[in-house]
Design a binder for this molecule. Structure first.
Ligand code: ASP
Ligand code: MG
Length: 418
């Protein structure tokens, strides 16, 4: 069997959904393919829109929340109509916002935001069915079991694997199954989410459980490129990679796949293909055991929305190194994601993703250290750098911090200078 994952940019409109049909047909017309698991993200920018719904409700702006919620539905209804589907008849529409003011923000977030994937997957499943394909829709919150760490739920592999393989290996299962990426569910039936951009991770887990021949991520780029084409003028396609290089790329912030999506595939030696949605015959990139490495071209990876936090000992009698474990304990408890660390005798600087958890962490750090910080920063990692490449990258940019090893350079750059 194969797993195909379609991201939000691919299924943002009716023509995207028609292209999904074309790609799905190509797969199942191959006599070697006995089943296809299709994992979809929310359409277009739906996840962001639903996040706004939750924010408005949390701030008490019910009118704005409702208007945004209605917008989301109007957008989907327009796509359904264009595809010849009848809203409310072919696809169930949830009228009420699944929000309960007595529950914590994060729990509400998961209930509301998960509706994006539920909608997109139903539209795609019903559309494929109406085109005469053998299709079944799976409600993954009932199958992919997670704990209740809202917004970053941890998957219970054992339970999920058992339920999902049983469903897949059922006699007379339709050839194509369409389900949601990014979301799961707790044992008491609450929906959870796995972290933004988590659909790749879902696809990798399903590939692992079902021993897929391969997992393909269909993207709006030709494959894995050595740089972001919106920033660097000349990008190069990397046709073949090893898992370990892909993990490094993903962890340094390459937008091309979710960092957690590599391990489940590597464990079972399942190739991960990244292919262009607009040109399905193209080879794209392939990450596998026999991948070529190290990557032969310099790779530029931007990690956006960073904040650089510097801690200085409050009195010189005490050595900062001794408080490392304290610092990292605070960082860990506040769920900060560290992208770079640098220390001197009297200071420690950490570059972290500037998430909503940062202010509380800074407050706690301030109890123990003199803390200063800069935000609106990006971290540029250049792998396979040379002195010349590094000079070019620094030119015209304010560098807040730089760190270089033999082949890798990391620059913390002001966002306005990108
Ligand atoms: N729709 C979710 C998001 O935008 C998951 C995904 O696209 O992978 O974060
Ligand atoms: Mg998305």
């Amino acid at each position: 069997m194969k797993v195909y994952k379609f991201g939000g940019a691919s299924v943002k409109d009716a023509s995207g959904v028609r292209n999904v049909e074309r790609i799905v047909r190509m797969a199942i017309n191959d006599p070697m393919v006995h089943g296809l698991m299709v994992v979809v993200s929310a359409m277009g920018k739906t996840t962001n829109a639903l996040e706004r719904v939750v924010d408005y409700l949390a701030e008490g702006h019910e009118d704005k929340a409702l208007a945004q919620w209605v917008d989301v539905f109007d957008y989907h209804v327009a796509i359904m109509r264009e595809l010849g589907l009848q809203p409310g008849v072919d696809i169930r529409l949830q009228g009420e916002i699944p929000y309960d003011p007595t529950l914590p923000y994060d729990e509400n977030y998961d209930q509301v935001v998960s509706t994006g994937e539920l909608l997109s997957s139903q539209i795609i499943a019903v559309y494929l069915l109406k085109q005469g394909l053998s299709v079944e829709w799976w409600n993954i919150p009932k199958l992919l079991r997670t704990d209740a760490t809202w917004r970053e739920a941890k998957v219970d592999d054992e339970t999920s694997r058992a339920v999902i393989t049983a469903g897949w290996n059922r006699p007379n299962r339709p050839q194509v199954v369409v389900t949601q990426g990014f979301i799961g569910g707790t044992k008491d039936g609450k929906r959870t989410t796995l972290g933004r951009e988590g659909s790749d991770y879902t696809a990798a887990l399903l590939g692992n459980y079902l021993d897929a021949e391969s997992v393909t991520i269909w993207k709006d780029v030709p494959g894995i490129l050595n740089a972001d084409p919106r920033i660097e003028p000349n990008t190069i396609l990397i046709p073949s990679l090893r898992y370990m290089d892909a993990v490094e790329l993903a962890n340094s912030g390459a937008q091309v796949m979710h960092p957690k999506s590599i391990r489940p595939l590597e464990n079972k030696h399942i190739p991960l293909l990244v292919k262009p949605f607009g040109d399905p015959q193209a080879a794209g990139s392939r990450i596998a055991d026999d991948g070529v490495g190290p990557i032969g071209v310099p790779v530029y990876i931007w990690r956006k929305n960073q904040i650089l936090i510097t801690m200085r000992a409050k009195d010189f009698a005490f050595v900062l190194e001794e408080s490392l474990s304290e610092i990292f304990d605070i960082i860990h408890r506040h769920r900060l994601k560290v992208s770079l660390i640098q220390s001197s005798a009297v200071t420690i600087s950490v570059c972290v993703d500037n998430t909503r958890f940062v202010p509380a962490a800074i407050e706690e750090l301030q109890e123990h250290f003199n803390v200063s910080y800069n935000d609106h920063l990006s971290l540029l990692t250049i792998r396979g750098t040379t002195p010349e490449i590094l000079e070019n990258a620094k030119a015209g940019r304010t560098i807040m911090l730089s760190q270089t090893t033999r082949r890798t350079a990391r620059l913390v750059v002001k966002e306005s200078d990108i």
